[in-house]
Design a binder for this molecule. Structure first.
Ligand code: NDP
Ligand code: OXD
Length: 315
């Protein structure tokens, strides 16, 4: 039997209904209903308490309802059960359009134009930048990072990437690898797009020291930050200080250490910040439940699971 165990924010009832449609011959339960936990073989999870997993003694596979699996970390480690994460064409498209939207908004001076409009002021920006004037650095050059890089390159931006391991064959963009090449990567970047997983290595990575290394004059004045991965990767107070000192010209933040972002958080009203509510890449319920159904059928016929998170790496 399958169990949907997810926070209310992503509508567990709707996931249960969609999963029943995708696998009509199976029992599908959700948290809050009465079922025998030892009969749960597949768990569809978003923000499940790690301690609860011990109740599911017959569990064979966990399907994360997102690309990120950090919600399943317990003291930085993934459970000892295969964890399949979301890799989905719709997610790639949605994340890519979000990143194009935000980079093009920076390119075309959205903040200054909006501010002028609110004053009814007919003020043309001083300069008209073109994509080739800006280098976008994609921090995390995986499934979503490479999809975004392709679209940014096709739009005319110069693109560089940063990943943990080298790629073979070499990608079309200049790829910097590991901590030893982070400095050279940051030297090249005008707009930094964060698409890293949250792990013990990336938690708090974007702190005051990191932002100092990024600091420079750019066609936007100073570098801009777009974090659409996880809030815990940036240190909020350090990002705020960098915006106030001019080290950063702008920040687009889709993710936060505390979500929903509390109404009294100053980021909401900061003139150099665009806040979006963890909406860059929503999980497409129909396509993901169909993919889970396919994986379950294949797994039961002896095929290997795909899109597995690596328990040693935590992503
Ligand atoms: P992938 O696992 O495909 O890619 C992760 C990339 O990060 C890889 O290139 C990996 O390197 C790199 N990386 C990981 N750790 C390090 C490190 N310590 N140093 C350098 N590079 C590192 O993930 P996805 O692209 O599918 O997703 C990325 C993240 O986006 C998710 O984990 C999730 O948190 C977030 N996300 C946010 C959404 C939103 O709505 N805001 C929606 C979907 C995802 P290597 O290639 O060498 O392994
Ligand atoms: C994800 C997310 O990880 O939506 O897919 O954050």
């Amino acid at each position: 039997m399958l169990l949907v165990s997810a926070s209310e924010a992503i509508n567990p009832r709707a996931w249960q209904k969609a999963m029943r449609q995708a696998l009509p011959d199976r029992e599908v339960w959700r948290d809050g209903q009465s079922f025998d936990p030892t009969r749960v073989t597949y768990l569809l999870a978003w923000n499940v308490l790690a301690a609860r997993l011990r109740d599911f003694s017959g569990l064979r596979v966990i399907f994360s309802l997102g690309a990120g699996v950090d919600h399943l970390h317990d003291a930085g480690r993934l459970p000892d059960i295969p964890v399949v994460r979301v890799v989905d064409a719709h997610l790639k498209t949605d994340m890519t359009t979000y990143i194009l939207w935000r980079t093009l908004a920076l390119l075309r001076s959205e903040v200054a134009l909006r501010e002028a409009q609110l004053r009814c002021a007919w003020e043309e920006p001083d300069t008209c930048l073109r994509p080739q004037d800006l280098c976008v650095g994609v921090l995390g050059y995986g499934v979503l990072g490479t999809a975004a890089a392709d679209a940014l390159r096709a739009t005319g931006f110069e693109v560089v990437g940063w990943s943990r391991t080298a790629k073979n064959p070499a990608p079309r963009d200049r790829l910097y690898v590991g901590d030893q090449e982070l400095g050279s990567f940051l030297d090249a970047v005008d707009i930094l797009v964060v698409l890293l997983p949250l792990t013990s290595a990336t938690r708090g990575l974007i702190d005051a020291r990191f932002l100092d290394r990024l600091a420079k004059e750019t066609p936007l004045g100073a570098p801009a930050l777009i974090n659409c991965a996880r809030g815990e990767i940036h240190v909020e107070s350090d990002v705020m200080a960098a915006l106030d000192s001019g080290t950063l010209s702008h920040a687009t933040l889709d993710v936060f250490s505390t979500e929903p972002l509390p109404p009294d958080n100053p980021l909401w009203r900061h003139p150099k910040v665009c806040v979006t509510p963890h909406a860059a890449g929503p999980t497409d319920r129909r396509s993901v439940t169909q993919s889970i159904a396919r994986q379950i059928r294949a797994f039961e016929s002896g095929e290997a699971l795909t899109n597995l998170a690596d328990p040693r790496l935590g992503y």
